[in-house]
Design a protein around this ligand. Structure first.
Ligand SMILES: [Zn+2]
Length: 344
């Protein structure tokens, strides 16, 4: 099969022909139709996430099962699938209570610890493939369907984690980014009273508004909290969702929160910050971390898209051979929403 290989940290992809994967016991192999390209996996391409080389990255796939190994009963050839990003055990306390992103036996990520979707075929533990609902038009829209498992599922989890209701005003920090713009979409879907997109790249604001933002705040002047307070009549926002967690966003987010405010942090490479404990007490502020989504949240997200409730934003679709060019654009923050590689 053809595969885009990473051979060393922060070096360009190399297109190679490698042996097709064959499934061992408990494993399955899918033919990959499309694979999303976002900032999370660009960290691996850029050498910021350690992996053993050579490695094939990518996890936001639309695929079709072509072979299953011994003991696999839940999948068969022809099943359309996507992938669950985390390699979890499925039987620890946290996996059992549907909080598997806290798995005690966490083995890492698809496309980091095991090969991922930048290839014509992809082998995973069978339980890492999730079957697509029959109503989802995966053949017609493999790029959009592929990115649901992260770009939609991660925001869907945030809505639940922060208990966003139709009474809430939501500010999204980093709203112009690939996940941020989907967070805006999902907050709009959740009927938030007001959705405000915050970003330093004003060029992304039109996309934020199209995604459902009622207002945008240019963070480049450093007066984000003041602008958010003004937009909320001095009350402050109910939920601040931060995909940046650096350069003062944490302080600004906390300052912008009103009574009962919830602050959700999602950036794994963020910086330390200082906060006033009195503010936490007076306003009963909640500080929440949120990482990825559970299998059920991925399945719920697939279902929401199948029902026409949400639709992912994929603005660039290129052949597998152009992966490096797409990652160069990701590196410069030039991709709007998500990009995807069209493979099968
Ligand atoms: Zn577990």
């Amino acid at each position: 099969m053809k595969a885009m290989m990473l051979k060393a940290a922060n070096t360009p992809f190399v297109l190679e022909t490698v042996p097709d994967p064959t499934p061992g016991p408990g494993e399955a192999v899918a033919r990959v139709l499309a694979c999303g390209a976002g900032l999370t996996i660009h960290h691996t391409r850029a050498g910021r996430a350690p992996v053993s080389y050579p490695r094939i990255i990518g996890h936001e796939i639309t695929g079709e099962i072509v072979a299953t190994g011994q003991g696999v009963t839940e999948l068969k050839a022809g099943d359309p699938v996507t992938a669950y990003f985390y390699l979890t055990c499925g039987h620890c306390h946290w996996c059992r209570i549907n909080r598997e992103t806290l798995c005690e036996n966490f083995r890492g990520y698809v496309g980091r610890e095991v090969d991922g979707g930048y290839a014509e075929y992809m082998k995973l533990p069978a339980k890492s493939f999730l079957k697509l609902p029959p109503e989802l038009e995966w053949r017609a829209h493999p790029a959009e369907v592929g990115v649901i498992c992260d770009a939609i599922a991660t925001p869907v989890k945030v809505i639940r984690r922060a208990r966003v209701t139709p009474q809430d005003t939501v500010a999204v920090f980093g709203a112009g980014g690939g996940l941020g713009v989907h967070m805006v979409k999902v907050a709009r879907w959740a009927r938030a009273r007001k959705v405000i997109g915050v970003d330093v790249m004003a060029s992304k604001f039109e996309t934020c508004v199209k995604a459902g933002a009622d207002a945008t705040v240019d963070a480049s002047d450093g007066k984000v909290a003041e602008q958010l307070l003004e937009l909320t009549g001095g009350k402050g926002v109910d939920v601040a969702i931060d995909f940046v967690c650096a350069d003062g966003t944490q302080e600004a987010a906390l300052k912008s929160l009103g009574r009962g405010g919830r602050y959700v942090m999602l950036a794994g490479h963020g910086q330390p910050f200082t906060a006033d404990p009195g503010q936490f007490l007076r306003k009963e502020i909640e500080l929440l971390g949120s990482r990825y989504a559970t299998r059920q949240e991925v399945l719920d997200s697939l279902d929401l898209v199948a029902r026409g409730e949400l639709w992912p934003l994929v603005t660039e679709k290129v052949p597998l051979a152009q992966a490096e060019a797409i990652h160069q654009r990701l590196d410069k923050g030039l991709i709007t929403g998500r990009a995807a590689l069209m493979i099968g």
